[in-house]
Each structure stands twice: as structure tokens, then as C-alpha cells.
Design a binder for this molecule. Structure first.
Ligand code: ADP
Length: 411
């Protein structure tokens, strides 16, 4: 398949939102800084409600952000509204410059290990994965259907959050569960945020002036959702999220690792229903459950004012993070770099400092003045003498999706 244009529209469809970016993959800047070839970015939120909102920023036109409020019934209407905004800037979906649409798809199971051009059979396979990703795949599927209806002739590519983790060895991916039961229900560790882990581990190698195949990296993706991965020579060998994004680190609203017997207890003793337990662990736990706030800025502000609940929540968050750094150091044997990324990882210097504090024996340290620097660029924050490079590497999932999509359609 050969694309004629050089633009890629990246779509990230959530249950009630649609995020998008239009990127131009021509020219050297496509691989570069944060504004790399980005023509337009935007978001439709509260789809299906009376108060839907579309925020569109035409970067190429140097234009100001435009906001529209009013009911947008469904994803089809949302994408049509986005198409109209893009058309107004001369960047419409009918442009011959548009080479492809890249879709973020959360769950690709074991079937999808690479970005994949979407046809009817592929769409059917993504639908077959709905039982293992009931919260995410349906919205992604709606986004794909809508985009295909609008531009049936255009290549559409699915880029899977799970794909980067499909290289995990069986002993890391399999739970110690009865094999027949696990296999019958496709229960295993899939991992998520893979697009970010792939991008950041590669960027970290570049920051060290090395090829990804030469370095072992621990990537800490700390956003509202959070996950860690161990990447050996460019391949993921372990990651903290599992069958669902609930496992692993303490997150904004998710508990992360917890004794599964807690769930029996909540049902048998506390009388909670399955759905109530689900909501408790996914939406009302983690930082918000511990202290009532899930924004790290607010938690730090409260700690500075002497708030003990916020301080304990922070300590629990850091303790879990530190355990994963230790575990993945053991998994990798030799660690060349620890990379912090996403909202918390890129911005919260106190989190980076605390996570690495006391790990000097493992060759890890943070230089206070380097750690205090604010920048959108990948950068080292470890002192010269440290054996392991500690880095802040801003993630860019949209660019990664656009690059993978473009590579596939222009091959
Ligand atoms: P997601 O994509 O998972 O929604 P992000 O990667 O955008 O999340 O991260 C959002 C989180 O980043 C916020 O909830 C907040 O805790 C944290 N964050 C953002 N900016 C800052 C900052 N300047 N200082 C500390 N934390 C920040």
C-alpha cells in the first residue's frame, strides 16, 4: 500500500470523548520536538450529553483555540464536527494530503503484536476482545466504524496499547492460576500504555546516544493511570499492568496491586456487589481513596501545609514505585536507565527524588538541581557519577501512533 499524502489523523476514542491530532509526517521535524509537524489538535468531551464540548486548536494556521459547546449525540456526530473544524482550516478529511487515520486501540490481546491495517476481519477480531477490555475496546470500535464510514477509501490503522508487551516471556505474562481456567478465559497479563513505553524506551536510548538494542531501561509511566515496564534491548520483558489496567502501581484512582482476597472480603463481609467492588478499586482507590485528591500538585500542596493524610498517600505511592524499580532491576540484571514520563513523571520533581532516594547502592541517584529543571525535552537528572542514568523523557503517544501508522501505509 502506498500513501500519496503525508498527513496522519490520530484518533483516540474514549467512552464519552474523542481526542485527535493531525500530524504531517513529511520533513525532518516529524521526529523532533513536541510541536513536531502537528497541524491541529483537539478534543470532544461529554459526547452524548447536552453539554458536549469541542476544543480545537489549529496549530498550522497559528490560530487560537476554538471552543464550541452544545449537544453532540454520538461518536459519529463528534467526528463529523471535528471534520468540519479541520475543513475550516483547509485541513479537511477529504484532502488528498491525508494518508491514513491511526486509531489508538486499547486491547489487541495476543493476536495483534504490530500496528495493523484495519479491514472487516481485523475489526471482527478487535470486537472479539471486548470481553477482556469491556471498558475500552467498544469506544475504540465505535471510533473506527465512524471513521471508516466517513472515508471508506482511506487506510485506517489500529495501534494497540498491548502490542509492545507481547514480547513478555511466558513466565512473566502468565498468572500462577489453573492453566485450563486461565486459557479458557484468556486470563493473562497483557499490560497497557505500550505505545508510551515503546516511545519512551527508544527516546531514552537516543538520549544516551545508544541503539535501543544496547540498553536496558525501566520506564515509569506516571499519569493518572500509571505503569512500569522493564525493557531489555528494546523488548518489553515485564510490565506492571495485567489482564486489566488495575494491577501494579498506586494510581490516581486505582489501587494497583492488592491481595485478591480483599475482593472476597468486600463481597462476603462488607456486602458489596461485584460492580461496587469494581468501582471501588478502579475509581475510588489509589491516591483519591487514600487522601481525597488524585492530582499530584494538590497532594504536594497539602503536604507542604502539613497534611498527614496527603503525606501518607504520597509515601504509599512512592513505596510501591520503589518496589517496582527494585523488582525490575532484578528482572533486568543490569539497568542502564530509569525513565520518568507522563503527567506526574514529567512534572513532579518530588516524586522522582523520593522514588530514587536511598537507591545509591543500586547505582541510582538524582541531582537536585537537574531534577528541578522544567523542560519539554528529554533530559538526564542523575549526577555524573551515577552508574544508572535517571532521565525525564516526555511521552508522545500521538506521535508514536502517527509514525507507526505512516510507516505501515507508506511502506
Ligand atoms: P492521563 O493521560 O493518565 O490522564 P497524564 O499523563 O496527563 O494522565 O497525567 C495527569 C496527572 O499528572 C495529573 O492527575 C497530575 O497528578 C499530574 N500532573 C500534571 N501536571 C503536574 C505538575 N505540574 N506537577 C505535578 N503533577 C502534575
Amino acid at each position: 500500500m502506498t500513501a500519496t499524502g503525508t498527513r496522519v489523523l490520530v484518533l483516540n476514542s474514549g467512552s464519552s470523548s474523542l481526542k485527535y491530532q493531525l500530524l504531517d509526517m513529511a520533513g525532518p521535524q516529524s521526529d523532533g520536538g513536541p510541536a513536531a509537524g502537528r497541524l491541529a489538535v483537539g478534543l470532544v468531551e461529554r459526547i452524548g450529553e447536552e453539554t458536549s464540548r469541542l476544543v480545537h486548536t489549529p496549530l498550522a494556521a497559528g490560530g487560537d483555540k476554538r471552543e464550541t459547546e452544545g449537544p453532540i449525540a454520538d461518536h459519529e456526530a463528534a467526528l463529523k464536527a471535528v471534520a468540519a473544524e479541520l475543513s475550516a482550516d483547509g485541513l479537511g478529511l477529504d484532502s488528498p494530503q491525508l494518508a491514513a487515520i491511526g486509531h489508538r486501540v486499547v486491547h489487541g490481546g495476543l493476536r495483534f503484536t504490530e500496528p495493523t491495517v484495519i479491514d472487516d476481519a481485523v475489526l471482527k477480531e478487535i470486537e472479539r476482545l471486548v470481553p477482556v477490555a469491556p471498558l475500552h475496546n467498544p469506544a475504540n470500535i465505535t471510533g473506527i466504524r465512524t471513521a471508516r464510514a466517513l472515508r471508506p477509501d482511506l487506510p485506517q490503522v489500529a495501534v494497540f496499547d498491548t502490542a509492545f508487551h507481547t514480547t513478555m516471556p511466558e513466565y512473566a505474562a502468565r498468572y500462577a492460576l489453573d492453566v485450563a481456567t486461565a486459557d479458557a478465559h484468556r486470563i493473562r497479563r497483557y499490560g497497557f500504555h505500550g505505545t508510551s513505553h515503546a516511545y519512551v524506551s527508544r527516546k531514552t536510548a537516543a538520549l544516551l546516544g545508544k541503539d535501543p538494542s544496547e540498553v536496558n531501561v525501566i520506564v515509569l509511566h506516571l499519569g493518572n493511570g500509571a505503569s512500569a515496564s522493564a525493557v531489555a534491548g528494546g523488548r518489553c520483558v515485564d510490565t506492571s499492568m495485567g489482564l486489566t489496567p488495575l494491577e501494579g502501581l498506586v494510581m490516581g484512582t486505582r489501587s494497583g496491586d492488592i491481595d485478591p482476597a480483599v475482593t472476597f472480603h468486600l463481597k462476603r463481609v462488607a456486602g458489596m456487589s461485584e460492580d461496587e467492588v469494581d468501582v471501588l478499586l478502579n475509581k475510588k482507590s489509589g491516591l483519591i481513596g487514600l487522601c481525597g485528591d488524585n492530582d499530584m500538585r494538590e497532594i504536594r500542596r497539602r503536604i507542604d501545609e502539613g497534611d498527614e493524610r496527603a503525606a501518607l498517600a504520597f509515601d504509599i505511592y512512592i513505596h510501591r514505585l520503589k518496589k517496582y524499580i527494585g523488582a525490575y532491576s532484578a528482572v533486568l540484571g543490569r539497568v542502564d536507565a530509569v525513565a520518568f514520563t507522563a503527567g506526574v513523571g514529567e512534572n513532579a520533581a518530588p516524586v522522582r527524588e523520593a522514588a530514587v532516594a536511598g537507591l545509591e547502592e543500586m547505582g541510582m541517584a538524582v541531582d537536585a538541581s537537574l531534577n528541578a529543571v522544567r523542560s519539554d525535552e528529554p533530559r538526564l537528572i542523575s549526577p555524573e557519577y551515577a552508574r544508572v542514568a535517571v532521565a525525564v523523557v516526555p511521552t508522545d503517544e500521538e506521535l508514536e501512533i502517527a509514525q507507526q501508522t505512516y510507516a505501515l501505509v507508506s511502506a
